[in-house]
Design a protein around this ligand. Structure first.
Ligand code: GDP
Length: 534
């Protein structure tokens, strides 16, 4: 586990005010709506509704792909930066559909905390659970937002209990809902003793926020009807007895999650949640690397690529590497060492993902996410430093579990297809294998929907209609070991061999028996289902 103690040099104020987080949720719980409200309060958009509406006019944000519009799912993760009060938020958007887990997992390596959104009527759902498990692997601090309290929701204790039981995570109420559904009035802010009332008439306004001297403050009765007030007092008393009290360190260690109740669509509870992220969310964290841990207070700039996305703007064939800065103060034009190639790289056009648009970044600090346009040099997992040969660890790679052959509707465009497939492989969206014998390509993915996404992107971005078809192979294994042994093996198994996008040898088969046999007959070789990201 990382050392999250405060026993380290203080962070420069610019770094200390940064909060870099992702939102995790089951589809439909309200992630998009909440994101929109974050941007609204972050001053990044003028009117709620723009995140979605802009998808058509401008293709730089969450929904820039047709697939997303067609199916209502977010395929691509992007990053958005905006100020809120004294803080600077970096919100990294994770795709919601389970098929995009690989991308999602890697995105979660770039953040320091996660906001978990649950639907008050549905509680913990399958995708919430999966994503939470990924957060748990890294002990990420979790802040919970229980959404849709303006609808019939479950009993508050029941919801909290479900999270505690299902996720094995202590939950501490940061706010307590008053009424629900039609009678939802607002919340009592348990951490700051304030009454927060919702304005039903105006979705983006909070009716009132009143500082109270505890729940017995007689002014409570001016705002809350007697029956609801009695219930609130009873429940809060019980909650204080039965549920854990807020413990900041336990939260930072990933063992306790504060929960806010609200209604994203009515903007209710959102600012309280944001203030919670600011006040209690972690500062940019220490990052694990192969030889040492990198602290955000260190002066030299370091960062790693957690995502590569091509054709963000279909008019320009650009490729953007998303880099999480781990330490230092980055300034435009800096020359950084690209550790994998050992070559210096002048970062002259870094992009800052200000929520309103992409913008050239003049500078950025540890914790920030910057985009670096490039022509394919930057790959997922790559480190950039001011000279140290660092290798950041913990960026997962997943085994391609589904293999299909891809066929172009236009056989004259094989080169075109190859280019598209290589590009998506470099983005980390899929794996591509070129069999040693015969022509064509085999594509490997983690979830079946990824084939649809790829087909749609190849058609849109390259104007090339393609079909995916079953292949004779079901498993792919990367081969490593002494060079001569690999060569002998490749020669003897030509019909099973392919190369990946880096030209590394891959053994393909449909039988586990084959894999066992190879492992038995070629003890010097190592077969692995995933390829290291470096
Ligand atoms: P996502 O799939 O998690 O991004 O969810 P969306 O933000 O797209 O929301 C899913 C649906 O729930 C949409 O129809 C929203 O309008 C609706 N929704 C989101 N937040 C609320 C809320 O607070 N109350 C109610 N009643 N509906 C909401």
């Amino acid at each position: 586990m990382l050392d999250r103690s405060t026993n380290h040099p203080p962070l420069p104020p610019e770094i200390a005010r940064r909060r870099t987080f992702a939102i995790i949720s089951h589809p439909d719980a309200g992630k998009t709506t909440l994101t929109e409200k974050f941007l609204l309060y972050g001053g990044a958009i003028q009117m709620a509704g723009q995140v979605r509406a802009k998808g058509e006019a401008r293709r730089t944000r969450s929904d820039f792909m047709k697939m997303e519009q067609d199916r209502g799912i977010s395929v691509s993760a992007s990053a958005m930066s905006f100020p809120f009060r004294d803080w600077w938020f970096n919100l990294v958007d994770t795709p919601g559909h389970s098929d995009f887990s690989e991308d999602t997992y890697r995105t979660l390596t770039a953040v320091d905390a996660a906001v978990m959104v649950i639907d008050g009527a549905k509680g913990v759902e399958s995708q919430t659970r999966k994503l939470f498990e990924v957060c748990r692997l890294r002990d990420l601090p979790i802040l919970t937002f229980c959404n849709k309290m303006d609808r019939e929701a479950r009993d508050t204790f029941e919801i909290i209990d479900e999270i505690q039981q299902e996720l094995q995570l202590d939950v501490c109420p940061a706010s307590w809902p008053i009424g629900m559904g039609r009678d939802f009035l607002g919340c009592y802010d348990m951490l700051n003793d304030r009454l927060e009332l919702m304005d039903r008439a105006d979705r983006n306004r909070r009716a009132e926020s009143v500082k109270m001297e505890g729940l017995d403050d007689p002014r409570m009765a001016d705002h809350v009807p007697a029956d609801l007030l009695e219930k609130l007092r009873e429940e809060v008393e019980m909650a204080r007895e039965l549920l854990p009290a807020f413990d900041h360190q336990a939260m930072l260690d990933g063992n306790l999650s504060p929960i806010w109740f609200g209604s994203a669509i009515n903007s209710f509870g959102v600012q309280e949640l944001m203030a919670g992220i600011g006040a209690y969310g972690p500062e940019p964290e220490i990052r694990p690397a192969a030889s040492r841990e990198v602290g955000a207070w260190e002066a030299p700039v370091t960062g790693f690529v957690f995502k590569v996305q091509a054709n963000m703007d279909p008019k320009h064939r650009d490729r953007v590497a998303f880099v999480r800065l781990c330490s230092g103060h980055f300034e435009r034009g800096m020359k950084l060492l690209h550790v994998r190639s050992g070559k210096p790289m002048a970062i002259s056009n870094p992009v800052l993902f200000l929520a309103a648009d992409r913008e050239i970044a003049e500078d950025a600090w540890a914790g920030d996410i910057i985009g670096i346009p490039n022509h394919g040099q930057l790959r997922i997992g790559d480190a950039l430093t001011e000279g140290e040969a660092l290798r950041f660890t913990g960026i997962p790679s997943f085994a391609p579990e589904l293999l299909q052959t891809v066929r172009s509707g236009d056989p004259m465009k094989a080169k075109h297809l190859e280019k598209a497939l290589l590009q998506f492989a470099e983005e980390g969206a899929s794996k591509v294998f070129k069999p040693n014998i015969g022509s064509g390509f085999i594509v490997g993915v983690v979830g079946p929907l990824q084939f649809d996404v790829l087909a749609s992107r190849i058609e849109q971005e390259y104007g090339l209609p393609v079909r995916f078809e079953p292949t004779q192979f079901t498993s792919a294994r990367w081969i490593s070991g002494p060079k001569d042994k690999i060569e002998a093996f490749v020669k003897a198994n030509k019909g099973h061999m392919a190369e990946d996008h880096d030209g590394d040898p891959v053994y393909m088969t449909r039988l586990q028996w084959d894999i066992d046999r190879v492992e038995r007959d070629f003890p010097e070789l190592r077969l692995s289902a995933t390829k290291e990201m470096m």
